[in-house]
Design a protein around this ligand. Structure first.
Ligand SMILES: [Fe+2]
Length: 308
């Protein structure tokens, strides 16, 4: 503080320091900070979302996943809440990302989830409510995973190492849990704006509003600390190929979000987003339904103090 003698003696500079967080707590290496004194302990706040964080962390033999140096950053001219919807709305995949699906198919990847009965795997993609506004998709994997699901796109040379990664997983976790970790993928939303895309790579993504119609997105790749150079290269390649700002998916998503924002700004016409898929249906909600999107909006509405 230059020139602090300009203040009167009673001026207490300590009172103007940064506020201490009311809570600064970790769950399996994910640190969360909160300024709200009234907030519940982290472990209670995360609730059942912890089970899905466990599926991520269990990919590392030592239980340590690290943020890989380097970051993806981009702006989207849309409201931040549209990114929450986009991160977990699975029925836009065939239409919005047909370029990527064609690329995968042309690379020899079978772009349908394997249908295997009697295993720990869900036979259809699901959406799961996790409490406190958190939710996730839960899908059988077809798009490959660095830990540890080989697809032709990785090339034959990658097979022995990926088999080894899978063997380690089975030895450590048992066959069933290993399949759960390696053969399923999910997009997890920790309410309100933390997304963990545990798919063809593990992406940790967050986004902040810079106005009603603009957000800034930051995304990091996550990987096991003990990962080899070749496995790390496959992971980073997948991180760029699908989710990268110049990848197969993100430019399409950004375009769609910005067009939705423009449409909603046309106040006199289509003012509402239709979000009724899966309503009135008994039983399980699919990843292609919109139950999980409604969970987000209801929780947001509740916190904003509006009448439901
Ligand atoms: Fe998308």
């Amino acid at each position: 503080m230059p020139g602090d003698d300009a203040y009167a003696e009673a001026f207490d500079s300590v009172a103007y320091g940064l506020k201490r967080p009311a809570r600064f707590e970790a769950y399996r290496g994910f640190w969360f900070m909160c300024l709200d004194e009234a907030v519940t302990p982290l472990t209670d706040y995360l609730g059942r979302a912890k089970d899905y964080i466990d599926l991520v962390i269990d990919q590392s033999p030592s239980g340590q996943m690290e943020i890989i140096a380097g970051v993806q950053e981009y702006d989207v001219a849309a409201n931040w809440k549209l990114m929450v919807e986009n991160s977990v709305d699975d029925y836009h995949l065939p239409s919005t990302h047909s370029t990527w699906l064609n690329f995968m198919a042309n690379s020899g990847v079978k772009i349908e989830p394997p249908k295997e009965e009697g295993l720990v795997l869900p036979t259809r993609g699901k959406a799961v409510e996790l409490g406190n506004g958190h939710f996730t998709t839960d899908n059988v994997n077809f798009r490959g995973r660095p830990v540890a699901k080989w697809i032709p796109l990785y090339g034959d040379a990658a097979k022995p190492e990926m088999d080894e990664i899978r063997r380690e997983l089975v030895t450590r976790l048992g066959e069933e849990r290993a399949r759960r970790v390696a053969d399923t993928n999910r997009n997890l939303v920790i309410f309100p704006n933390l997304v963990i895309n545990d798919g063809s790579s593990v992406t940790v993504r967050t986004f902040y509003p810079e106005g009603a119609g603009k957000m800034h997105v930051t995304a990091w790749a996550l990987g096991p600390v003990e990962e080899s150079e070749s496995a790390r290269a496959r992971r980073l390649d997948a991180f760029l190929t699908f989710y990268g700002p110049g990848g197969f998916a993100t430019p399409d998503d950004v375009e769609a979000l910005e067009l939705v924002q423009q449409g909603l700004a046309n106040w006199s016409e289509d003012r509402w987003s239709e979000m009724s898929r899966g309503m009135g249906k008994e039983g399980e909600q699919l990843n292609s339904d919109e139950h999980h999107l409604r969970i987000f909006w209801r929780r947001w509405n509740e916190l904003m103090g509006a009448r439901t």
